[in-house]
Write a protein that binds this ligand. Structure first.
Ligand code: KIV
Ligand code: ZN
Length: 515
C-alpha cells in the first residue's frame, strides 16, 4: 500500500540523548511496551555499541517485544554492526539501522575521509548488516547539507548492498520545508533503484521546523517518519510523533495517508514519558499540553457552546484525553485497582499490586478521587524505581513570616539501611529540607533546576516536583509526587541523590571493566 506511513519511534535512542532524559531499564521496558500499544511500527531501542548498559537494554526490549520491529543503531563499522545484531536478534522482527555522514562538512572534518572512501564504507557496512537480516536501514547523516547528486550515489550504493529503508535526516535542523521536500523528491526520482526501498526522514527541531519538514517530505513520497514522543531528542529535539500523526489525521483531505497509530494512546504515551523522565509537558504544547483544548476567551467559549467545531479541529477524546469511567477512591477493592491499572496498560504481578494497592489507600486518605494521572504518578513512584541507597521516611517543616525565625526542617531517613535523623534551617522551607538532607549525607550537589507542576486540578491536586542535580562529572534528575509540595520536594531531592549515586556507581563499574 503506497499511501501507508510507517512510524519509526526513536524516543529510546535519540530521545534518550536529550539532557536529563536518561531512563533505567525498567522505565525503558515500560515505555517500549507503551510504544507497542500506541501502534508504532518500528522502535529504535538504543545504540548497543555505545555502552554495556545500552546493549543490555536493547536486548531486553527486543526479548519482550511482540510484533513491533525493534531497531538498534550502529555506525558503519563491523564492531558496531555485530554488537547491534547480537542485541536485536532475539526480537521477532529485528532491524539493523546503520549510518554514516555524507555532507562535505562531516566527511572532511568528522570522518576525515574522501567521498569515494565513504561510499566504500557504506557498501561494506550495509553488506555486513544484510548478511544478518534483510531488514536493514541506512541513514545518510547530515543528508540535508549533502550534495544531492552525491546523495543519489550514496542511496544507490546502500540499496544495492541490501538496505531496504533509506533514511535522509535533517541532522542539524537546518532545512526549510519546501527545500527539504525538493531534496527528497530529487533523490527518489534520480536514484535508479529507489523503488526497492522505503524512504524515511528524521528531522531535528533546531529552527522549530521538524514536524513541518517531516510532513513536507511525506507529501513527496517519503513513507517512514522518524519521530519521538513529545519531540524529545538531541538539542531542540526531534519531530513530535503526536503532532505528525494528528496533522495526518486532521488534514487527511490533504495528505491521503494512512498509518497504524491508535491516536487515543497519544496522551497516555506523552504523560508516561513525562512522568518517567521528570519533565513536565509545557501547557501550550500542541496536542497534549494542558491548554491545548482549553478555551479561555468569552468569544471562543460562546462559539464552542454553539458548535464545538468553531474552535476545535479535533476532539480531546481522539488523542486520549479522557478519564476512564472506573473511578478509584478510598473504598476501591484490590480487584478494582488491578482492573484500573490494566485498563491504563499496566500489568502488575501480585507483589507489585500489593505495593500499589497500599499506596492507593494512603493517597485516597488525603484525596477523595484519584485521577488517572495520580495513579500513573503513583505506579511510577512505587514500581519503576531502582532499589535506593537513601529512603525518605518523614519530613516536617515549619515556616513563618515572622522576621528572625528562619524556616526549619526535620528529616528522618534510611541511609544504606540505617535510620538517621537531622534538622536545620534554610532561606525558605525547600532550602531548609535540602540543606538538612545534604548535611545528613555529607554531600553538596549543585541544584541546577527545580520545577513544580500540579498533576491534576484543585487544591488537593498531586504536586509533582522535578529537580536536577550535578556533582563532579555526574548529573541526575529526580522527581517526587505528593499532595504536599514540600513532601514532594523532599522526595524528588532524595530520588535525584539516589540516581546520582547510581550513576557514580555505574561510572566506577565501567571504569574498572575498561581499565
Ligand atoms: O540526527 C541524525 O542524523 C541521527 C541519525 C543517527 C539517524 O540521529
Ligand atoms: Zn537524530
Amino acid at each position: 500500500m503506497d499511501n501507508k506511513v510507517y512510524f519509526f519511534d526513536t524516543t529510546l535512542r535519540d530521545g534518550e540523548q536529550s539532557p536529563g532524559a536518561t531512563m533505567n531499564l525498567q522505565e525503558k521496558l515500560r515505555l517500549a511496551h507503551q510504544l507497542e500499544v500506541l501502534g508504532v511500527d518500528i522502535m529504535e531501542a538504543g545504540f548497543p555499541a555505545s555502552s554495556p548498559g545500552d546493549f543490555e537494554s536493547v536486548r531486553r526490549i527486543a526479548e519482550q517485544a511482540g510484533d513491533i520491529q525493534v531497531a538498534g543503531l550502529a555506525r558503519c563499522m563491523d564492531g558496531d554492526i555485530d554488537r547491534c545484531w547480537e542485541a536485536v536478534k532475539v526480537a521477532r522482527r529485528p532491524r539493523i539501522h546503520t549510518f554514516l555522514s555524507t555532507s562535505p562538512l562531516h566527511m572532511k572534518h568528522k570522518l576525515r575521509k574522501d567521498p569515494e572512501v565513504v561510499l566504500q564504507m557504506i557498501e561494506a557496512g550495509v553488506r555486513r548488516c544484510a548478511g544478518y537480516t534483510d531488514n536493514v536501514e541506512f541513514s545518510a547523516e547530515d543528508a540535508s547539507r549533502s550534495d544531492k547528486d552525491f546523495l543519489c550515489r550514496v542511496v544507490e550504493t546502500a540499496i544495492r548492498a541490501g538496505a531496504t529503508t533509506i533514511n535522509l535526516p535533517d541532522t542539524v535542523g537546518y532545512a526549510q520545508p519546501d527545500e527539504f521536500a525538493s531534496l527528497i523528491k530529487y533523490v527518489i526520482e534520480n536514484t535508479p533503484n529507489s523503488d526497492k526501498a522505503i524512504f524515511s526522514v528524521h528531522c531535528h527541531n533546531d529552527l522549530g521546523l521538524a514536524v513541518a519538514n517531516t510532513l513536507a517530505a511525506l507529501r513527496v513520497g517519503a513513507r517512514q517518519a522518524e519521530v519521538t514522543i513529545s519531540g524529545i531528542g538531541e538539542r531542540a529535539g526531534n519531530a513530535a510523533l503526536e503532532e505528525v500523526v494528528m496533522a495526518l489525521r486532521v488534514r487527511h483531505d490533504l495528505y491521503h495517508l494512512e498509518h497504524n497509530i491508535h491516536t487515543e494512546q497519544l496522551y497516555p504515551s506523552c504523560r508516561l514519558l513525562s512522568m518517567t523522565i521528570g519533565q513536565p509537558i509545557a501547557n501550550n504544547k500542541a496536542i497534549v499540553g494542558a491548554n491545548a483544548f482549553a478555551h479561555e476567551s468569552g468569544i471562543h467559549q460562546d462559539g464552542m457552546l454553539k458548535n464545538r467545531e468553531t474552535y476545535e479541529i479535533m476532539t480531546p477524546q481522539s488523542v486520549g484525553r479522557t478519564e476512564s469511567s472506573l473511578v478509584i477512591g478510598k473504598h476501591s477493592g484490590r480487584n478494582a485497582v488491578r482492573n484500573k491499572f490494566e485498563s491504563m496498560g499496566y500489568k502488575l504481578d501480585d507483589d507489585q499490586l500489593q505495593l500499589v494497592f497500599e499506596a492507593v489507600k494512603k493517597l485516597a486518605d488525603c484525596k477523595k478521587t484519584l485521577h488517572d494521572d495520580d495513579l500513573m504518578a503513583l505506579v511510577q513512584e512505587e514500581i519503576y524505581r531502582l532499589p535506593d541507597r537513601f529512603r525518605l521516611r518523614h519530613v516536617s517543616v515549619q515556616s513563618s513570616d515572622a522576621g528572625g525565625v528562619p524556616p526549619t526542617a526535620a528529616v528522618l531517613m534510611d541511609i544504606d539501611g540505617m535510620e538517621r535523623s537531622g534538622a536545620g534551617f534554610g532561606v525558605g522551607p525547600v532550602d531548609a529540607i535540602f540543606n538538612v538532607i545534604n548535611d545528613m549525607l555529607g554531600r553538596e550537589p549543585e541544584l541546577e533546576q527545580y520545577a513544580i507542576n500540579a498533576i491534576t486540578s484543585g487544591t488537593d491536586a498531586l504536586g509533582e516536583v522535578t529537580v536536577r542535580l550535578s556533582e563532579g562529572q555526574y548529573k541526575a534528575v529526580g522527581r517526587g509526587a505528593h499532595p504536599d509540595i514540600l513532601v514532594a520536594s523532599a522526595r524528588a531531592y532524595v530520588n535525584a541523590l539516589n540516581n546520582l549515586a547510581k550513576k557514580e556507581k555505574e561510572g566506577e563499574r565501567l571504569h574498572c571493566q575498561h581499565g
